[in-house]
Design a protein around this ligand. Structure first.
Ligand SMILES: CC(C)=CCC/C(C)=C/CC/C(C)=C/COP(=O)(O)OP(=O)(O)O
Length: 283
């Protein structure tokens, strides 16, 4: 344990009122312990927030949610968390009302375009952006915006932002298995034609073979998954990659998330670290 519980509570309470200098002090205290390399976010509760605040139905809550996302990314990069992944839109979300899907997609496109503007968070922190998911399900303007953002940020190397869009974990796994089988069939045929034995052993599928074909191969497995609204389900997000992740679910809606929640998640991670490390060693 790196900090007594009452000190943690005091620090997390005070942290919300602090400016960037004070946050830096907190980062250096946190740096005395293990830091997460990868944090993933399920941004739950935007529509409930819109209802609560009487905002425009449709994308009103997502608009405020996007501001919270930008703040949160800033905190993560200040803390030198190299990999951040967000669940922006699941394949299931396409089943929502058509007008709602359309207004959310319009907002997402607008925000993707903003990501590569000169003063954006991506350029400020040297972030490479990846879009993760079945991008063929997106409309062409959104897909092109995503492609432009990936191209424009591809030489950034300080951090990696993976945006899961038109994504579900089961879809990712099926896609990876299909590609792995295709690759194995190809290797098998080469071995057979070269007369180098049946090639059966070489064509057996292992975990690493499948991982090579995962969309999420761009990042190590997440250390922490933060899901707002107090929900503790993963909702088809990073199922393959979350075997050892710590799940933190603050009871606030996504637009209400703040620095104190990140701090609490990192402190929980540090408290659980030796437990998680031992668990991984036993496997
Ligand atoms: C460029 C970029 C990545 C933009 C992201 C924009 C953004 C904040 C999208 C969030 C979309 C979403 C489906 C949130 C979940 O809340 P919900 O709709 O499930 O709300 P509820 O839980 O209250 O129903």
């Amino acid at each position: 344990m790196f900090m007594e519980k009452w000190v943690q509570n005091l620090v997390t309470h005070l942290s919300e009122r602090l400016g960037s200098f004070s946050r830096k002090c907190i980062y250096s205290i946190l740096s005395a312990g293990p830091l997460p390399r990868h944090i993933a976010f399920i941004m739950d509760g935007n529509r409930r927030y819109a209802k609560k605040q009487n905002l425009e139905e449709g994308a009103g809550g997502h608009r405020v949610g996007f501001l919270s996302l930008m703040n949160m990314l800033g905190y993560c990069y200040e803390l030198e968390v190299k990999y951040v992944t967000i669940y922006a839109f699941s394949i299931e979300n396409f089943k929502r009302r058509p007008e709602e899907v359309q207004s959310t997609m319009q907002l997402i496109k607008e925000k993707i375009e903003g990501l590569i503007e000169k003063e954006s968070i991506v350029n400020r922190y040297g972030v490479r952006v990846h879009f993760i998911g079945n991008l063929n399900l997106l409309s062409e303007p959104v897909r092109l915006a995503a492609k432009r953002a990936m191209d424009a940020s591809k030489s950034n190397s300080k951090a990696v932002l993976s945006i899961c869009i038109a994504y579900t974990s089961t879809d990712e796994i099926v896609h990876a298995i299909e590609e792995t089988c295709e690759e194995k069939r190809h290797d098998f045929r080469i071995l057979e034609n070269s007369g180098a034995g049946s090639g059966l052993e070489e064509s057996l599928v292992g975990v690493r073979d499948i991982e090579k074909h995962m969309y999420m191969k761009v990042a190590p497995d997440p250390d922490i998954i933060i899901r707002t609204s107090g929900e503790t389900r993963l909702s088809n997000f990073l199922l393959w990659q979350s075997a050892s992740a710590l799940l933190y679910s603050p009871r606030v809606l996504w637009p209400e998330i703040g620095f104190r929640h990140l701090l609490q998640a990192v402190l929980d991670f540090q408290r659980n670290f030796s437990y998680l490390e031992n668990k991984q060693k036993q496997v």
